[in-house]
Write a protein that binds this ligand. Structure first.
Ligand SMILES: Cc1cc2nc3c(=O)[nH]c(=O)nc-3n(C[C@H](O)[C@H](O)[C@H](O)COP(=O)(O)OP(=O)(O)OC[C@H]3O[C@@H](n4cnc5c(N)ncnc54)[C@H](O)[C@@H]3O)c2cc1C
Length: 417
């Protein structure tokens, strides 16, 4: 592990995709750089585990969203990671009886019309909750809300219409069989990182910045803050003197709840691999499943919003139990003895994330730019929540780190760093 120096040119707080993107962009700058990471590993919300022998599982990010504009695609190619370009099964179902095709067509027409109305409404200067674009009484509203919990981590009533519209989705989504977290860990491997180093105070009162950390104090000329918004919002890292505009911006961009679960599937070889499974539903409290991802003998489930939060609060195992119940209800009682829990994430209870990804509250779409803005030419901000169009994603986070590094390089052209 890298020793904690007492002085540095640039300290980057957080070794997730954003911090690593910043470190890479500074590597030939001639500046001394260190990443300070609270965990005992790099990657943050990108984390691939070995759920079973030969079965890597992404507890956090898994999809290379907007893959045709995703900077991790080129990095994966350079690092020799195999990219799986199979179409995401979100609009297809292999089990017609659980969600008949006529219903599916009707549902997709309803959700497409919802997004069209939202796009038109976002032209107006007044922001509001995205739920205002639901058609009153439409039978698919709970399911449209369920999709919002997967995409935004919140129900539509808690999501800003303007923010939702600002997200750029090219609808090309790829995966990595070895895991997105594994790619980001490999990307970060060459960087200088001090692990188990939680920063608690950023003192910017003097000529030099001083960081208080769990491994001692560090002086720096420039700092890049990349920690998740929920930690800035509760002042887990304190600025001295305080920066209320940053704390308010972070509070307007809370991380919602999203969790993943992986179940082992016994005797599932006859089931189609990489197929989607979702029950036609009148409730937003429901999971979305992928049967045999990458052809493995597993079922992956995804939950979001207040239901995901409830399950997480209910304690370890509650998410897996719910997923088993839902798959059994969809595929038949024979599946109860064929499914067993392998892994589940608990991001809201993770002390260094406290949630999944950011969504602006209604009226707070402008908070992303406020959070991203440098302070005093010395404090810089990155992280997925600061990305103008690719927020909530790993590539948006990485690109934001690169942007903050470029701000530092421009500022150091003007003054001696
Ligand atoms: C369940 C789930 C599914 C997802 N799916 C996708 C997906 O399919 N595709 C996609 O692109 N994105 C997805 N995401 C989002 C993606 O993982 C994140 O947007 C991205 O990884 C965030 O990177 P970051 O660098 O901004 O933040 P982080 O990865 O959170 O990095 C911040 C780092 O700061 C550290 N830190 C916190 N506090 C301190 C402190 N006091 N001192 C020092 N270090 C500190 C943290 O430990 C962390 O390592 C998903 C996320 C979740 C949770």
């Amino acid at each position: 592990m890298t020793r904690l120096p007492s002085e540095i040119d640039v300290a980057i707080i957080g070794a997730g995709a954003a911090g690593l993107g910043a470190a890479h962009a500074l590597k030939d700058s001639g500046l001394s750089v260190i990443l300070l990471e609270a965990r005992d590993r790099i990657g943050g919300r990108a984390h691939t585990i070995a759920a079973a022998p030969g079965i890597p599982f992404d507890m956090g990010c898994g999809w290379l969203h907007s893959a045709d504009r995703n900077s991790f695609v080129g990095i994966a190619q350079q690092l020799g990671f195999e990219i799986n370009k199979a179409r995401a099964p979100w609009r297809q179902q292999s089990y017609d009886r659980t969600f008949p095709s006529a219903d599916r067509l009707d549902f997709f027409a309803a959700i497409d019309a919802f997004y069209d109305r939202a796009e038109a409404a976002a032209e107006s200067e007044t922001d509001g909750p995205a739920s205002s674009c639901l058609e009153p009484g439409n039978r698919w509203n709970p399911m449209i809300d369920a999709i919002s919990t997967y995409i935004n981590g919140f129900e539509l009533k808690d999501v800003s219409l303007h923010d939702m519209d600002a997200y750029e989705d090219t609808e090309i989504n790829w995966r990595l069989s070895a895991g997105y977290g594994a790619l980001i860990a490999a990307y970060g491997a060459p960087c200088a990182i001090s692990l188990n180093t939680a920063v608690s105070v950023i003192d910017h009162s003097g000529a030099r910045l001083r960081l208080e950390t769990s491994r001692g104090t560090l002086g720096a000329n420039r700092v890049i803050v990349t920690v998740p918004t929920n930690l800035i919002a509760v002042e887990a890292i304190r600025f001295q003197p305080p920066l209320p505009a940053k704390v308010d911006a972070a509070r307007g961009l809370p991380l919602g709840t999203n969790n993943k679960v992986l179940l082992a599937l016994d005797g599932g070889a006859a089931l189609p691999s990489d197929s989607g499974l979702r029950g036609a539903t009148t409730s937003s409290s429901v999971g979305s499943f992928q049967i045999r991802p990458f052809g493995t003998p597993t079922v992956e489930g995804f939950y979001g919003g207040s239901f995901a939060r409830e399950l997480e609060d209910a304690g370890e195992g509650a998410l897996s139990a719910q997923a088993v119940d839902e798959v059994v209800a969809l595929l038949g009682s024979d599946f109860r003895r064929r499914l067993s829990p392998l892994a589940e994430s608990r991001w809201a209870h993770d002390p260094f994330a406290q949630g999944a990804y950011s969504a602006a509250r209604p009226g707070h779409a402008g908070a992303r730019a406020i959070l991203a803005a440098p302070v005093d030419g010395r404090l810089f901000f990155a992280g997925e929540a600061t990305s103008p169009h690719f927020f909530s994603t790993a590539h948006g986070a990485r690109d934001s780190g690169e942007r903050a590094a470029q701000e530092i390089l421009r500022s150091s052209e003007r003054s001696e760093v």
